[in-house]
Design a protein around this ligand. Structure first.
Ligand SMILES: Cc1cc2nc3c(=O)[nH]c(=O)nc-3n(C[C@H](O)[C@H](O)[C@H](O)COP(=O)(O)OP(=O)(O)OC[C@H]3O[C@@H](n4cnc5c(N)ncnc54)[C@H](O)[C@@H]3O)c2cc1C
Length: 398
């Protein structure tokens, strides 16, 4: 017997017969930080935008991360420069600094969005291993020479400020900070139209994207469970889910799991700023109410921490608790209140993959922010909006 289903069985006959077609100038697929940011910049330019989201605002990585808004990446700069070349590695740092300043000036410092932003700086720290400290310190000097306001803090001073007996040296950047990513995204989604607000269709998973049906096949057609959308231009920002819509990107963008936990309560708030430790394999911060948020340890079981299953595992959760005992003993032994997982999207060169969708000249995609999407997403959204508005290929994002 042959079974015939439409869209892999995700739509019933009634869905398929639901004939409305919503026409918009710009459609954004995915209401994560990157999609919402793109919609914001388009709406701010006075354009008609519709965001189409499978679940709800910030349901995936953008609502499951650590909320670090930082400059640069967690690995030592010499390694990044070796992998990407110096010019590109510096461009990466510049983009993240630009992103932070843009988020702060547009949304945070003027009070437009209250998302518990704590501008207490970021720390990229090495454990007390001589080679790693030397490499990280060399990176700090390199960045200082290039004009970045980076401070280097040596072991003893660092151990005092962090309370950790295990840290050997760190790079400090004072304008960075931490925030609540769900409140940030919801705040962006709730802006009034006069301030860059836009419409979002939630519960509307896109099941297929095709060329528009106008004369010459202009535009983009989106099939969703809530009906069809016909857009003049579109951008797909579904992060790790991108291969399900654009199979050609399966080798370029792969899903990698990140796990976190939160514990407390604490009587005092001892840890200020946001902390990346040991090439960023662990990261932690204490929120305004003292709650400690800790993530990482995916290097303990790298083969298992792949795929799209958003589920915490005993191996990684145990490793996180052990890390806390070892590196921050004064913060350990508090009850764990939450455990969760989120899916990041990684690319072979560690940079976001942004471009035109094959065979769909009116559509772009952006995915693969490699665990740094909060620190790049707002400026990436502005870049995508500019490309959509001008219709040009544009300069590369990075
Ligand atoms: C544990 C963890 C910690 C992290 N910590 C940080 C951090 O501190 N700082 C930082 O900069 N980055 C961090 N990241 C990375 C950051 O969260 C991501 O890079 C960023 O959120 C990606 O945003 P996005 O909008 O591209 O994707 P997402 O937030 O994943 O959004 C994609 C959206 O598309 C929707 N979608 C998917 N398929 C469809 C479809 N077919 N139709 C319609 N909608 C669809 C999803 O429901 C989702 O809402 C972390 C990630 C994790 C998992």
């Amino acid at each position: 017997m042959t079974y015939r289903s439409v869209d892999g069985g995700s739509r019933s006959l009634w869905h398929a017969r639901f004939g409305t077609v919503r026409e918009v100038e710009f459609a954004v697929v995915g209401a994560g930080w990157v999609g919402l940011s793109t919609a914001y910049w388009l709406a701010k330019a006075g354009r008609d935008v519709l965001v189409v989201e499978a679940d709800t605002v910030a349901a995936r990585a953008s609502g499951r991360n650590a909320g670090f808004l930082i400059t640069g990446s967690a690995e030592p700069f010499p390694r990044l420069a070796k992998d990407l070349g110096e010019a590109r590695a510096l461009a990466f740092w510049k983009r993240t600094a630009e992103n932070r300043e843009l988020v702060r000036s547009e949304l945070l410092d003027n009070g437009r969005i209250d998302c518990d932003f704590l501008p207490e700086g970021s720390w990229i720290a090495a454990l007390d291993d001589d080679d790693k400290v030397v490499e990280l310190r060399a990176g700090a000097e390199w960045l200082q020479t290039a004009g970045f306001p980076v401070e280097w803090v040596e072991g003893e001073a660092l151990r005092k400020v962090s309370g950790s007996p295990r840290l050997g040296g760190a790079l400090y950047q004072g304008r960075d900070g931490g925030l609540d990513p769900v409140r940030l995204c919801r705040g962006l989604a709730a802006l009034p139209q006069s301030e860059g607000g836009f419409e979002i269709l939630t519960g509307a998973r896109v099941t297929a994207i095709s060329r528009g049906q106008g004369p010459g096949g202009d535009g983009v057609r989106l099939q969703t469970l809530a009906g069809e959308v016909a857009a003049h231009r579109a951008v797909v920002t579904v992060n790790a889910a991108i291969p399900s819509l654009i199979p050609q990107l399966a080798a370029e963008v792969r899903p990698v799991r990140g796990q976190m936990l939160a514990c407390g309560p604490y009587v005092t708030r001892d840890l200020r700023g946001v902390w990346y430790i040991d090439d960023g394999f662990q990261y932690l911060r204490q929120l305004a109410d003292g709650t400690l948020v800790l993530g990482g340890c995916r290097n303990v079981a790298p083969e298992e921490e792949v795929g799209t299953l958003e589920r915490p595992t005993a191996t990684i959760q145990e490793a996180l608790e052990n890390f806390l005992e070892d590196a921050f003993p004064h913060l350990a032994s508090r009850p764990v209140q939450h455990r969760w997982a989120g899916i990041m999207a990684f690319t072979p060169n560690g940079l976001p993959s942004i471009g035109a969708i094959p065979h769909l000249p009116a559509a772009l995609y952006a995915a693969g922010f490699n665990g740094h999407g909060m620190s790049l997403g707002f400026v990436a959204g502005r870049y995508l909006a500019e490309r959509l508005l001008t219709g040009s290929g544009g300069e590369g994002f990075l």
